[in-house]
Write a protein that binds this ligand. Structure first.
Ligand code: XIL
Length: 353
């Protein structure tokens, strides 16, 4: 368990309550998501609570913008720090959307999770269709990491340096990176990111590693080996994309704790809990339990430093577009009304540390 002194808790609680009087004031009762903001409640646990941010919604939907500012103390760009956005053509850069989010975060006292440097998805076609030699592709990846981390240097709290490098059976995923550069691309990516911003916390991030099993064992072995080799890795992100039709990760706290014992930070980075539509009370209750399980696992892990949801309203979820017939995965419904999952998260955070 997190072991904070009573004095530390009291100070944190007072600080966050003082903050609540300002920009993050509690919503007037009757507001859909009334009660103290999640960020205020989380501060008493020395935890940041975050959301992925959809930049179109942030620009065009005032309720979305207000809730993003009020409820969360860390933000993750849902798409705009991915390679296909940042450098759609080789040598042509577009940091504008990502810069907007960094500014928004600064204005609202939020830290930014940078997402993502090395992944097999959302790559620009000039990368995937280039006829590279290994040396050329290595130089391209080095430059991408250096350019990106340097551009945002000083503004990023945690970087997802490598995302989703493993298959379910614990073997390394077949990707352009593994294929051309071999497994050493992972260590290289962390070293290059660290050279560009020595103060950012560098994370390995993946899904379906909430459970103990072949995939999380492989990630565990990897990060243990990287640490032993002196590779600058600071943390492991558990994405937390769950579906109520599968068993919840009952051993998540124990699993996170073994990473904690390696001296690594951990974080829940992309929590959402989808269901087959239409939603009903039974499914929403199961969903609330799953969110609560993930949050409780984080709270029980000493260096679990943030709990981030992958969007907070069903209005802008990625789920229906990707998982046919599924949705309703977020804390608030499409009208920004709190679902049982929101209350479950609120209750877990409101409990005394
Ligand atoms: C998803 C976004 O939510 C979608 O908008 C986009 O079309 C595809 O990517 N794991 C990750 C995230 O690490 O980057 C993915 O985000 C969801 C799965």
């Amino acid at each position: 368990m997190r072991a904070f002194t009573a004095a530390a808790v009291t100070t944190a609680a007072l600080t966050s309550l003082a903050l609540a009087g300002g920009a993050q004031a509690a919503a007037p009762s009757g507001h859909p998501a009334s009660g103290l903001p999640l960020r205020t409640l989380a501060a008493a646990h020395h935890l940041r609570v975050g959301t992925a941010v959809d930049m179109d919604a942030l620009a065009g939907d005032a309720t979305y913008t207000a809730d993003t500012a009020r409820q969360f103390s860390t933000v993750t760009p849902e798409n705009v720090m991915k390679w296909d956005t940042l450098e759609p053509q080789q040598g042509t850069f577009d940091y504008s959307q990502a810069d907007k989010l960094v500014k928004f975060a600064e204005r609202h006292g939020q830290k930014v999770r940078g997402h993502v440097l090395v992944w097999h998805n959302q790559l620009p076609s000039w990368v995937t269709s280039g006829d590279w030699t290994a040396d050329q592709l290595r130089a391209v990846l080095h430059k991408h990491i250096t350019d990106t981390v340097t551009h945002f240097k000083g503004s990023i709290w945690q970087w997802d340096v490598v995302n989703e490098a493993f298959n379910e059976d614990g073997t390394l995923r077949d990707s352009i990176w593994l294929d051309k550069l071999g497994p050493g691309y992972i260590a290289d990516a962390f070293r290059w990111a660290h050279e560009a911003d020595p103060h950012a916390k560098l994370f390995y991030n993946d899904y379906n590693i909430e459970w103990t099993g072949p995939k999380s064992n492989a990630v565990y072995d990897l990060v243990k080996r990287l640490r032993a080799q002196g590779v600058p890795i600071d943390g492991v992100g558990f994405q937390g994309h769950l579906d109520i039709q599968y068993n919840p990760p009952a051993d998540m706290a124990a699993n996170m704790s073994r990473f904690d014992k390696l001296g690594l930070d951990t974080a829940v980075t992309e929590a959402d809990v989808r269901m087959t539509l239409p939603a009903d009370d039974t499914k929403l209750a199961q969903q609330a339990d799953a969110y609560r399980l993930m949050l409780d696992s984080c709270l029980a892990t000493r260096h679990c430093i943030s709990f981030t949801v992958w969007g907070f309203t069903d209005k802008y979820s990625w789920v229906p577009g990707v998982f046919t017939g599924e949705g309703a995965a977020n804390l608030l419904d499409e009208s920004f009304q709190p679902k049982p999952a929101f209350r479950a998260v609120q209750d877990a955070l409101a409990a005394r540390p």
